[in-house]
Every structure is written in structure tokens, then in C-alpha cells.
Design a protein around this ligand. Structure first.
Ligand code: ZN
Length: 253
């Protein structure tokens, strides 16, 4: 699948999830895989065991995330309403609309993080193969990013610009990694896995056709759904990793 179609798929997916904030990136799985295939690398094969392991990590990370943000909110004198974590495959109907396959998203209306567990396990396996590790932090990073949306929105932060919301969520995922480091639950390779995941989910480069009207339309669609380039996403995660939540949101200072 070329980048334009990956992007088009993602935009369609995002458009369908009206009311939910910024999917992790609907085309990302395909995008990441198209990266792999252009490099003449075999696509990953997922086993039931891989998915089970990834779900276990996601569940453990979820518990640690809820503990961390509950404590942070308590410090601020605010109650954190922990979102639910719901797995799906091949699409799911939510109060924010239909979630497309190969995605993860936070839905404000139901205070729920939805994630396609095959998609998340695939991202972990791609990272693991590229880095020679277990790749688990890539899966955890996705859940931490969606939790970041919940945290930001519950603190009243909501930008009209997609990129700004995404940058905060990536930064808060980094802040979680910082906390995990303090807790001693970060293994060798984890931080590189997180960076890999952020980079793999960077905005695809739009393939402009030279037709002014359709190019302008495409540019607007890209801006409206922007999560940031590979470099921006890695940097935003690093900001949280180095500076904690306060580096991401004034409300957390
Ligand atoms: Zn997001």
C-alpha cells in the first residue's frame, strides 16, 4: 500500500470517529508495514501467543498508568476518572462512532480507550524484530499515548489543532516512561522501542499530484489529522521522558 492510500485510509478512519480525539493513527499499521516491505523485509507473522503477551503487557501498563495519573491528579486536588480499556478487532461501535481496524483511540464520551489488539501486537513485533528485543514498550507506548489524551482532556486541555493534542499525548506517554524508569520497571531496549513506535506512527508524507486543488485538499486533510512527523513524535515523547508531566502540560506543574 502506498503512502497516499495509507493516509487516505487513516483520514477516512478518523472522520468516522467523530467525537473521539485523535486516533493513534489508523494507517499506521499499514504504514509501518509498508516501511518494512519497501525495505524488502518480510511482514511480521503474529501468533496467538504474541497477541496474548501483548495484551498482558497492555493490561499491566494500564494498571501502572492509572496508578500514576491518579496520584498526579491527587497532588493537584483533582479526581482522575480512570478510563476503561477495551480491546477490539476488525472495528467496534462506540459512543464516538465506529472505530476502524488497526487503530487505538480515546473516546471522551464513554471515557474509554479502545485498541485493536492485533494492531498493537503487530507494532510490538515490528519493533522487536527491528531492534532485537521483545518490543513490548511499543505496545505500552500506544496505551500510554491514549491515556495521555484522557489525562489532558480531564485537565481541561483541548486544542483545536490536532498536532497540539497529539504532541501533548506523546509527551505524557514519555512522562509515563519516566515514572516507569523511577519504578525500576524499564528494561534494556524499552526506551528505544518507545522511540521506534513513535517514529513508525509519524505522519506519512503526502504524495502530491501537482493538481493544485486536490493538493490543497490533501494538505488540509494532513494538517487536520496531524500527529507530527517521525522526528516531532520522538521529540515530544523525549520531552516527557526528560521533564515529566510538567514538561507536557502547564496544568501538571
Ligand atoms: Zn492521539
Amino acid at each position: 500500500m502506498n503512502r497516499f492510500f495509507a493516509l487516505a485510509g487513516r483520514i477516512a478512519a478518523v472522520a468516522m470517529v467523530a467525537g473521539s480525539i485523535s486516533a493513534f493513527g489508523g494507517g499506521s499499521a499499514r504504514f509501518a508495514q509498508s516501511f518494512a516491505t519497501t525495505d524488502d523485509v518480510e511482514p511480521v507473522t503474529l501468533t496467538a501467543r504474541d497477541i496474548e503477551a501483548s495484551n498482558q503487557k497492555a493490561g499491566a501498563a494500564y494498571g501502572a498508568l492509572v496508578a500514576m495519573w491518579s496520584a498526579e491528579f491527587k497532588r493537584l486536588g483533582v479526581r482522575f476518572a480512570a478510563p476503561q480499556l477495551v480491546r477490539y478487532r476488525g472495528g467496534v461501535r462506540t459512543p464516538c462512532g465506529v472505530m476502524a481496524p488497526s487503530n487505538a483511540s480515546y473516546c471522551w464520551n464513554s471515557n474509554t480507550i479502545y485498541f485493536d489488539d492485533v494492531f498493537v501486537a503487530t507494532q510490538a513485533k515490528l519493533a522487536g524484530r527491528a531492534l532485537g528485543t521483545d518490543g513490548d514498550m511499543t505496545a505500552i507506548g500506544i496505551i500510554a499515548h491514549e491515556m495521555g489524551h484522557a489525562v489532558a482532556m480531564q485537565l481541561g486541555y483541548r486544542s483545536r489543532r490536532s498536532y497540539e493534542n497529539e504532541a501533548v499525548a506523546d509527551c505524557l506517554a514519555g512522562a509515563f516512561a519516566r515514572q516507569a524508569q523511577k519504578d525500576g520497571s524499564i528494561e534494556d531496549g524499552d526506551i528505544d522501542e518507545a522511540f521506534f513506535g513513535m517514529a513508525a506512527a509519524g505522519d506519512p508524507t503526502p504524495e502530491f499530484t501537482g493538481d493544485r486543488r486536490s493538493d490543497a485538499r490533501l494538505a488540509r486533510l494532513v494538517a487536520r489529522n496531524s500527529h507530527g512527523t517521525r522526528e516531532q513524535r520522538v521529540q515530544n515523547f523525549k520531552d516527557g521522558l526528560e521533564g515529566g508531566g510538567a514538561a507536557c502540560l502547564e496544568e501538571l506543574r
